[in-house]
Ligand binder design. Structure first.
Ligand code: SF4
Length: 64
């Protein structure tokens, strides 16, 4: 599984971080998401899928 981030679309709402805090962080100085794990383990699939759904900017996608 691979997490795709459209950094231009990200508006720093941090919803992704709430859903999967070990995968997403927020770089507060620029107001953009930081991907901590590009290839999270299967145990994080539900949390990452929830983060993708929760992103108001449609900036996240899950591949694989
Ligand atoms: S939820 Fe979406 S817009 Fe908000 S920080 Fe995460 S990727 Fe960016």
């Amino acid at each position: 599984m691979k997490v795709l981030v459209d950094i231009d679309a990200c508006q720093g709402f941090a919803c992704c971080m709430m859903e999967a805090p070990t995968v997403f962080d927020l770089e507060e100085s620029i107001g953009k998401v930081v991907l901590l794990k590009e290839h999270p383990g299967e145990e994080l699939r539900d949390a990452v899928a929830a983060a993708v759904r929760a992103c108001p900017a449609n900036a996240l996608a899950l591949e694989g």
